[in-house]
Design a protein around this ligand. Structure first.
Ligand code: BTN
Length: 328
């Protein structure tokens, strides 16, 4: 359940002030019991709400809700297409997919972007769930059309990682790194993930959905659902506006996607190497049941992983690849 009343309550609570159940009920024309149900729905979505008798409901910390104008005001590139903010949807990647399949983006230039405050079915790579609590992180998806077809997208997801690292570095976040093919790390823990999907491949052009999840301030209540070491921007200790982070990431993303469309991945190899946190290390590469060990040597001009195996450099691609540090 997430409707206009839930949205109104969310806006009131976001300030961080106490909100009385009675006043919320009166303002929305519903009973206090109904307000209680909306509060439960918000808790289910990951908000940390507590109540004090005689005072009402309050968030453990104020939440800066996303706002299209605030996101746009952080741009230094002309945004070619609409930016949309949703409250709760299943997945921002699904939202873009639906726009593509309904034909709504047929005549739009690339760049339509949706952010959502929460996702009920956020997807990670390899069929994993992406934990997406409300107001706690950033979940965004951008549509991009490649007129030359899928062959022109080689290395794309690596470029998205570079865009996120460059945006966050500019905002003062230190010690960021990239793990092939597209995880953003902070001090050896995952801060952001990227899911690039292809929709309805035509013979010529193709539509790509570029999804990214960036941990901003994960509540304790969801962290047990995350199956790997994680980090968030909050722990860095900087006081950053969520809208500003969203806007700067979008700005870097649009700029780099335009560059990528013109020059392909070869123009980004050096930038990737600057942030590659596995380069020179002994690593293990997992491709389904197959494992390869070797020394990470960065990436090639197509975005493939270069591994030195038995003194020979080999290049690896593929969706099922994972990279792990060996203990020795
Ligand atoms: C990964 O497994 O590292 C990829 C995570 C990608 C998560 C983002 S959140 C926004 C977009 N919508 C989704 O359902 N997934 C991506």
């Amino acid at each position: 359940m997430f409707n206009q009343v839930t949205q109104n309550i969310l806006r009131e609570l976001a300030t961080g002030d106490f909100c009385s159940g009675e006043q919320l009920g009166e303002a929305n024309g519903v009973s206090r019991a109904a307000i209680g149900k909306h509060i439960q729905a918000l808790v289910q979505l990951g908000l940390d709400i507590y109540s004090v008798t005689g005072k009402g409901y309050r968030l453990s910390a104020p939440v800066e809700l996303l706002d299209v104008e605030a996101i746009k005001s952080a741009q230094d590139v002309a945004l070619p297409s609409p930016v949309v903010v949703e409250s709760v949807i299943d997945s921002t990647n699904n939202w873009v997919k639906q726009q593509i399949s309904s034909g709504a983006l047929n005549n739009s230039p690339s760049g339509t972007t949706v952010f959502s405050e929460a996702q009920t079915a956020g997807r990670g790579r390899r069929g994993k769930q992406w934990v997406s609590p409300l107001g706690a992180s950033l979940y965004l998806s951008t549509h991009w059309r490649f007129e030359q077809g899928i062959s022109a997208t080689s290395g794309l997801s690596l470029v998205v990682g570079i865009a996120i690292v460059e945006a966050l570095t500019e905002l003062g976040v230190p010690n960021l790194g990239l793990k092939w093919p597209n995880d953003v790390y902070y001090q050896g823990r995952k801060l952001a993930g990227i899911l690039v999907e292809l929709e309805g491949q035509g013979s010529d052009s193709c539509d790509i959905i570029i999804g990214a999840g960036i941990n901003v301030h994960l509540p304790e209540s969801v962290t047990q659902d995350i199956d790997q070491p994680y980090a968030d921007i909050h722990e860095v200790g900087l006081s950053l506006s969520r809208n500003h982070i969203a806007g700067r990431i979008l700005s870097h993303l649009i700029k780099l996607l335009n560059e990528f469309e013109l020059s392909g991945f070869s123009a980004f190899v050096e930038r990737w190497h600057q942030h590659d946190c596995f380069i020179g290390q002994h690593v293990q590469l997992q491709m389904g049941q197959r494992q390869v060990t070797g020394i990470a040597k960065g990436v090639d001009t197509q975005g493939g992983l270069l591994l030195e195996v038995d003194q020979q450099i080999q290049s690896f691609f593929g969706g099922e690849i994972s990279l792990r540090k060996l203990s020795s």
